[in-house]
Design a protein around this ligand. Sequence first.
Ligand code: C2E
Ligand code: MG
Ligand code: MG
Length: 644
Amino acid sequence: MTKWHMLAELLSLFFMLLMFLYYYEKNAVLSFRRRVFNWIFGFSISSVILDLICVHTIGNFSQLPSWLNFILNTAYFILIVLVCSMIALYLFDLMLEHVYDKKCYKRYVFGLVILNTGFLCAALSNVYTKVLFYFSPEGRYVRGPLNRLGYGIMAAELVMVLTCYWRNRAAVPPKVVRVIRTLPPIAAVLTCFQIAYPQILLNGTITAVAILILYSNFQTCQIERDYLTHLGNRKSFLNDISAKIESGQAFQIVSVSLKRFNEINENYDHAFGDALLFTVGKWLGEVSAEGSAYRVSNVSFAAVFPYYDDGQAEKNAENIYERFEGTWRCKGAICRLTACTCDLIWNGQACTPKLIMEYLETMPEMGRLEGSEWIRFNERVAARIRRVKHLEAILRSSIKEDRFTIVLQPLYDCKNKGFSCGEALVRLKDYDGTPVPAGEFIPIAERMGLIDEISWAVFEKVCRFLSSHRDLPLESISVNFSMQQFVDPRLLENIENCMKKYKIPFDRIKIEITERVIIQDLDFVKQIMGKMNEKGLGFYLDDFGSGYSNIAVLMQLPFEYVKLDKSVLNYSLDEENVRKAAYHMLSFFHNIGFKVVCEGIETEKQAKTITELGADFIQGFYYARPMEEEAFADFISRRSVQPK
Ligand code: C2E
Ligand code: MG
Ligand code: MG
């Protein structure tokens, strides 16, 4: 009787079970590839168990019905070939991921089907033909003439894998190349060993090695996978689009940036927010059989589709856009998400994955500015990105070279009919002399973390101006402060140092802050404003009505003035109900002790109406535009009124 050596099979089974324990994830999003990997695991473990059972049943042939032995051995033969075919299928899928001409893929799959069907027929008919194996009357396992047919099938599949690799090598991602270079030679050596020493059972070892190599490939995917949604993360997104660009396969990216997601976390809780992100990720992961989905940042997702034609691309984008118009069901709750959908097609343009990432990050920002929830990549977006990069460079060098200047805009005092204060506004010119609007470069400076330095430069310039114009009949100049300055613990110290350096009394400078700043950290802002107020510094609430208005928050803070944003007065003041609303708003602020500055007044009619409605101050081009320091000093000395 044949003596089988089973130690290698037992160890392989142990290792495979161990790997399965680490690999298994209950909630994993099942992509086709992951499904195939599951089959590989399942079939491999079953085949090794079956192999061990077969050894046992052959050893006890006389005590068991011979048909059972036949069935078990036939099943083992079929399973082991199936495992190899699944591994080959997995490799085809990896190698051809970035090859859109699926004809080639289909041909290889068809080849696998033919080989397996042929083998299945041989295995099922073996009971009559005895070509694979049979049992001698005394219960000995005898190899048939085609006993090694399974190895022949494996060899054929190996040839198919290598041919596929060779033909598509330009499109095969590097980590797949690594697998192709290691797996087939190891499998071939072990198979030769198995053929030479058939009594040492090694089939389980071969599949365990294959799983280990593919698993370590999966393991790298873990680093490239998002822990929450199980989708690919930013790294795998960049890797995948790099591979597509390198292999010249056109693709479409539809990205979705969720807006105001913190409201979801606040209204429900963070666990709900996580569950909702998972739901969104799952939907995107399953949106199309051909697309792959990624979570590229906390609240941004991207789906990458092969690009065939504009019609299909339009459908992909529309499908995603429309889904985000609808509601989401999660943990029994129904909620809505606001999102900006961006659509970008790469069809051979010269650009890097990094640049594509920049496009994707800039497009939602443009969408926000334009109030649009669907942005399609075009030359305008590319131009905007070039402009932002250009401004970033100018901002960096302008800080080093102290190129920022200030202009001062007088505020008209409606009661005293003259000018007693002004606002300092930063100015920057491009190197060719063209002015860069503050509204354009300030958000960029904020994003780059440069606003702090710019604002302090402005503050110092204002102090210097006040110190060299001590006799001007000027009550105060206000300076705009941004969010980042307000979270700086040395804020008060810096203000004090600067004002002491130029010997400026605290009440000659006022600070303008927007509600956006306050909302970030109310308690901290309250505390810091209190301290500054004690020193004598006054505050303007800037841009009231531009979108963050919260009266309850406002009333807790020591503001002296409220500046109504120009957008508030954009509505026609000719209309009775708009006038009424403006009147009540102004009365309300007066009643709670604020003075009101109306910004953006450009015409005589506007100025007249808003004065009649009770505005205390007017800041607008109608009365005075922002002007250079000396022009402002001259203007104030001529047109100032001392408040009565
Ligand atoms: P803001 O603080 O609300 O400043 C008023 C803006 O309205 C200024 O634009 C001013 O030129 C403009 N303006 C004044 N009167 C009129 C008018 O009648 N019609 C129109 N259409 N506009 C008028 P600017 O200088 O472009 O500044 C835009 C924004 O940039 C400012 O809005 C402020 O938020 C920010 N900013 C300006 N300078 C600084 C600064 O030194 N530091 C910080 N952090 N932000 C600044
Ligand atoms: Mg302002
Ligand atoms: Mg303003």
